[in-house]
Design a protein. Structure first.
Lengths: 126, 136
């Protein structure tokens, strides 16, 4: 169990690093030392959500950061964090955050704390 | 009232492996390594800074039941123990290269932040560490 957790964590860390890339289940399964067919199931059993959902929340968390801390356009940010279309981005963002990216930007304040905490605590809930 | 934080603690799954990592790879030094019978009191420190020690504690009986220890080990290996330690350095990128060469598992490369340059890594068990080169 602990070995499996540690390997799944290594795969999740890899997703955190490559969040703007498409979800690469074969590569992640290799990192986690499980078969492709087991990867999604094992990830869900370990972390309580699918890899796809985790990646969406990671991307939205990065988008929230860029909306807060930069003046870049919503469209730029959408592609920067790995979404393929502004429609999917807006829908996913609203679904997870409860507000549109523009509404979020208006209301958000910049947070100046160590990044690991910002990353973990501003990652919106599943 | 208080004037310092002198000790903090993190859970490790194996104290010998923890020593290899925290001392052998990260370059911390042992402050105390004492067999107390009921536990191995193992603390490390940044070289030259005994005023701040980190206890590398192995979860298990009699401090906690085997069942609770199993839960702790699960949390550690899932990375659910949070940001365990944040260290500081004079040169984040150079330290990163050195540790990378020693096989340290990084979660994040050195990145410019509002507070300086920092990066993230994991110990062999799943604990998350960072080190920061504070903004001059």
């Amino acid at each position: 169990m602990e070995e499996t957790n540690r390997r799944m964590l290594r795969a999740r860390d890899a997703m955190d690093r490559a969040y703007a890339q498409p979800l690469d289940v074969p590569a992640l399964a290799r990192i986690a030392h499980v078969s492709e067919s087991h990867f999604t199931r094992t990830f869900r059993a370990t972390f309580g959500e699918t890899p796809h959902r985790y990646l969406q929340r990671r991307r939205v968390e990065r988008a929230m950061f860029l909306l807060r801390e930069t003046g870049r356009s919503v469209t730029d940010i959408c592609f920067e964090v790995g979404f393929g279309s502004t429609g999917t981005f807006s829908r996913t963002f609203r679904d997870i955050v409860g507000r549109s990216p523009r509404e979020y930007r208006k209301e958000a304040e910049a947070a100046n704390v160590p990044t690991c905490f910002t990353m973990a605590w501003t990652r919106p809930h599943a | 009232m208080f004037n310092a934080i002198t000790h903090s603690q993190i859970y490790v799954l194996d104290q010998d492996e923890a020593l290899d990592f925290y001392v052998g790879k990260l370059g911390l030094e042992v402050n105390s390594d004492i067999d107390m019978g009921f536990m191995r009191w193992l603390t490390v420190q940044v070289p030259g800074h005994p005023e701040r020690q980190v206890l590398l504690e192995k979860p298990g009986p009699p401090s906690m039941s085997e069942e609770t220890a199993r839960q702790v080990r699960e949390l550690v290996t899932k990375g659910a123990t949070g940001g365990t330690l944040i260290l500081s350095t004079d040169d984040c990128r150079k330290t990163y290269e050195t540790l990378l060469g020693r096989g340290v598992e990084f979660t994040e490369e050195p990145t410019e932040r509002p507070y300086g340059i920092d990066c993230g890594l994991r110990d062999p068990f799943g604990n998350h560490l960072r080190f920061t080169q504070p903004k001059a």
